[in-house]
Design a binder for this molecule. Structure first.
Ligand code: SF4
Length: 154
C-alpha cells in the first residue's frame, strides 16, 4: 500500500514574497514528482481556501511584524508537525526587519503608521517566535537547499 501523502501548506508573513515566487520556479521543475508524495493544501498564491486544520509540513516565509502575524504564526505552528523557514526573513528577520536598525528619529517618523497598523515594537524573525524544525537560508532562498530540506520530510 502506498504511503499517505503529506499535507503541505505555504504561509506568507510580512515580506516581498520573493521566496514563494522563487518556489513556484522550483515547482516548475519538481512539482509533478512531489505531488506523488504531497498534497498542496494551502498556498495563497495558488489556492486561497484553507480547509485543512492540520499540516504535516508548513513552509513559511517572511518576518513577524504585526499582532496579526504573531497570532497567525503561533496558529500555524500548532497546526503543523514540521515547520520549515524559507529565506533569511524567517531566520534573521532581514531584510524585512530593517526598521529595527532605524535611529530614534527615524522610528519617531514612522510611529503613527506603526500604531495605525498594529505593528509590533520590534520586527521579529519567525525563528525567534516559534520553533522552526528546519530552514533554508538565502534571499531569495537557496534552490538546492530547499529541494534537499523539503525532500527530507516528504
Ligand atoms: S528572504 Fe528575501 S526574497 Fe525571501 S521573502 Fe525575505 S526579502 Fe523576500
Amino acid at each position: 500500500m502506498s504511503e499517505k501523502k503529506k499535507k503541505v501548506g505555504v504561509f506568507t508573513f510580512t515580506c516581498d514574497e520573493g521566496c514563494s515566487i522563487y518556489m513556484i520556479e522550483i515547482f516548475n521543475k519538481k512539482l509533478i514528482e512531489w505531488l506523488e508524495k504531497m498534497d498542496l493544501e494551502y498556498f495563497l498564491s495558488m489556492k486561497d481556501r484553507r480547509d485543512a486544520t492540520e499540516f504535516d509540513i508548513a513552509i513559511v516565509e517572511g518576518a513577524i511584524t504585526t499582532e496579526r502575524d504573531l497570532h497567525e504564526i503561533k496558529k500555524v505552528r500548532e497546526m503543523s508537525k514540521i515547520l520549515i523557514g524559507m529565506g533569511n526573513c524567517t531566520i534573521t528577520g532581514m531584510p524585512t526587519c530593517q526598521r529595527n536598525n532605524f535611529t530614534p528619529e527615524q522610528t519617531e517618523a514612522i510611529k503613527d503608521d506603526l500604531e495605525k497598523f498594529d505593528f509590533l515594537e520590534k520586527c521579529l524573525p519567525v525563528k525567534e517566535v516559534v520553533h522552526m524544525d528546519d530552514e533554508v537560508p538565502g534571499c531569495p532562498m537557496d534552490e538546492k537547499k530547499f529541494i534537499e530540506v523539503l525532500e527530507k520530510y516528504l
